[in-house]
Design a protein around this ligand. Structure first.
Ligand SMILES: Nc1ncnc2c1ncn2[C@@H]1O[C@H](COP(=O)(O)OP(=O)(O)OP(=O)(O)O)[C@@H](O)[C@H]1O
Ligand SMILES: [Mg+2]
Length: 256
């Protein structure tokens, strides 16, 4: 897969533009993936979570990540999103190496380009539901008025009418999960990372959430990595992969 070395036999008089183009080409990841994890290894103390996990996701693609509990799905998602940095391996976002950036630059990237729906501990308890949804916009500098207007638009579509002013302690688990989803999508992120976004939902609400998530993703060209145990949720994805013992395989052809 490596490019052949250009060697000394190139043109005698190479222009500056050619040199720059060659340097850029050499720095490019070798595939057209928007985001790509290469051979990630990460342990928590003596517990290995990732053992050579690789996953590439193309722009606009929706990929479902499945696999047994404890297999490394959330850890992989957190490494792809630059929340965790693996001990070995690389993460690329387009032409940019993500895992070698400083904490500050990774945080800025997450704030400006990524949306998240976490597996647990989602909402800020001191904020109302609509403030929670507006949070990514507020953090990236949108004024309060427009941010709140944009946030409120999500409530009817998610069956959350009249819950705008509630705090997370006054919401059911499924309502809180839908609010977290709205927060993940409100800023129209380039990438959405969703960890079990329908785990607390019945099948009707789960379907509603997945319809909305896929419609929003298609509309904005958002690339989505969604961890799920639910085959009905995974059916919405363009592609499914399975994580087992810290490595990633495709679903077809693997043992049930
Ligand atoms: N912060 C942590 N400290 C110690 N061990 C951890 C930590 N996070 C994850 N692990 C361990 O790493 C392994 C992978 O965990 P991970 O959360 O990625 O699994 P998962 O596939 O998301 O599981 P689930 O489906 O239950 O959410 C597990 O053995 C887990 O116990
Ligand atoms: Mg998990």
């Amino acid at each position: 897969m490596d490019r052949p070395p250009s060697g000394p036999a190139g043109p005698a008089r190479t222009s500056g533009a050619t040199v720059t183009a060659n340097l850029l080409a050499a720095a490019e990841p070798k595939t057209a993936n928007l985001i790509e994890a290469r051979d990630l290894h990460l342990s928590f103390g003596s517990t290995p979570a990732l053992r050579g996990a690789s996953l590439g996701v193309r722009k606009g693609e929706i990929v479902a990540v499945m696999g047994p509990s404890g297999s490394g799905k959330s850890t992989l998602l957190h490494c792809l999103a630059g929340i965790l940095v693996a001990e070995a391996g690389e993460v690329w976002l387009g032409r940019q190496r993500l895992d070698t950036l400083s904490d500050e630059r990774r945080s800025a990237l997450r704030r400006d380009r990524f949306g998240f729906v976490f597996q647990s501990g989602q909402l800020v308890p001191e904020l109302t539901a609509e403030e929670n949804v507006a949070l990514p916009l507020l953090l990236s500098g949108t004024r309060r008025g427009p941010a709140m207007t944009a946030a409120r638009k999500w409530f009817p579509a998610l069956g959350l009418d009249r819950l705008e002013g509630r705090r997370s302690g006054e919401l059911s688990g499924g309502q809180a999960q839908r609010i977290a989803l709205a927060r993940g999508l409100v800023a129209g992120p380039q990438m959405l990372f969703a960890d079990e976004p329908t785990g607390a939902l019945d099948s009707v609400a789960g379907e509603l959430v997945m319809n909305l998530l896929t419609a929003a993703a298609r509309e904005h060209g958002t690339t989505v990595v969604i961890v799920t145990h639910d085959a009905r949720v995974a059916a919405y994805a363009d592609r499914k992969v399975i994580v087992r013992d810290g490595t990633v395989g495709t679903l077809t052809g693997t043992r049930p």
